[in-house]
Write a protein that binds this ligand. Structure first.
Ligand code: AHR
Length: 307
């Protein structure tokens, strides 16, 4: 499949507007949809000042690279990118740099020299993983066997959530054993499939499941129920994101904790793009502020969730 693009100024004439291209990963999760909606909503509200091009890369790095090249050809002022994986960006980022177009990394990091991107807007995934480990330890009384559902192979949010979690477990909780860990590609369907295979192998030995996002956990919850066990009780759950559906699962007693990751990055993305277009300097990491939400307060918390 090929990437799709949309354009709020198909003619491309120079009308004095801020010209921004954004290369999105795809639509793998509720979180991703919320991020896309936040960005598109802001652009839609500011049609008089922003000319916005959006590309959906359908999970493929090659499509993101193609989108970036076409934004360079269009002569946009700023390029935004949520890199599907961390590596492999040097050449196309260098092309953007040579064309004088700053790159804003949104949500996920890229493993490139600092001078190849202007700023990273997003979360501290290592911290999220560390917080998830502390929450899991509390839930299972500091000991027992657990499994991990990893995000997309090579994605910074998967790499760092794994590292933060595993390092914290090794440092603080010697009696917790991660008996299996496999990618579920950040999707509900894969999360379910991988959890089914973990359950087949380990059954009720599993005391907890850590998923790098809520969507995979929602799939895992289905698998646990189908195996005749109670998610949230027999098998404790900790996942990342904070989407509405995981709050619903917590209210139903089927999930325990979500470590928030903020997808509502539209406003800060465009404000930062405008600053860069004005030649202003911006922080190298514009960090998101995030919380931890637990089953105990989910019924109250859900009332104010916007994604
Ligand atoms: O990079 C952020 C992750 O990507 C979110 O946790 C996940 O849901 C998304 O697909």
């Amino acid at each position: 499949s090929t990437e799709s693009t949309s354009d709020t100024n198909a003619g491309g004439e120079d009308d004095g507007k801020l010209k921004v291209g954004f290369a999105q990963i795809g639509q793998e999760s509720g979180w991703r949809d919320a991020e896309t909606a936040s960005i598109q909503f802001y652009a839609g509200q500011n049609l008089d000042t922003i000319d916005f091009k959006f590309a959906d890369a359908q999970q493929k790095q090659e499509n993101q690279i193609k989108a970036i090249k076409s934004f360079i050809d269009m002569g946009v002022d700023v390029i935004g990118l949520a890199p599907v994986v961390e590596t492999g960006w040097d050449a196309v980022f260098t092309e953007a740099k040579d064309a004088g177009i700053p790159i804003i990394l949104v949500d996920r990091m890229a493993d490139v020299p600092e001078d190849l991107y202007a700023t990273f807007i997003g979360s501290d995934f290592i911290e999220e993983g560390k917080n998830a480990a502390d929450e899991m330890a509390k839930l299972i009384g500091n000991s027992g066997k657990i499994v991990q559902l990893e995000g997309t192979v090579g994605a910074s949010s998967a790499n760092d959530r794994k590292k933060g979690f595993e390092d914290q477990m090794a440092a603080e909780y010697p009696d917790i054993e991660i008996i299996a860990s496999q990618t579920g590609d950040f999707t509900r369907a894969k999360g379910k499939e991988v959890m089914e295979s973990f359950l087949k192998t380990y059954g009720s030995e599993i005391k907890g499941v850590y998923a790098h996002n809520d969507d995979m956990m929602l799939g895992a919850i289905e698998a646990i129920k189908e195996a005749g066990l109670k998610p949230g009780e027999d098998i404790k759950t900790v996942s990342c994101d904070g989407v509405k559906a995981i709050f619903e699962a917590m209210v139903a007693g089927e999930a325990n904790v979500t470590v928030e990751c903020n997808p509502l990055l539209g406003p800060v993305f465009f404000e930062t793009a405008q600053k860069l277009a004005n030649g202003e300097t911006v922080e190298k990491w514009i960090k998101s502020e995030e919380g931890i939400f637990r089953q105990e307060t989910a019924a109250e918390d859900i009332k104010t969730r916007v994604y």
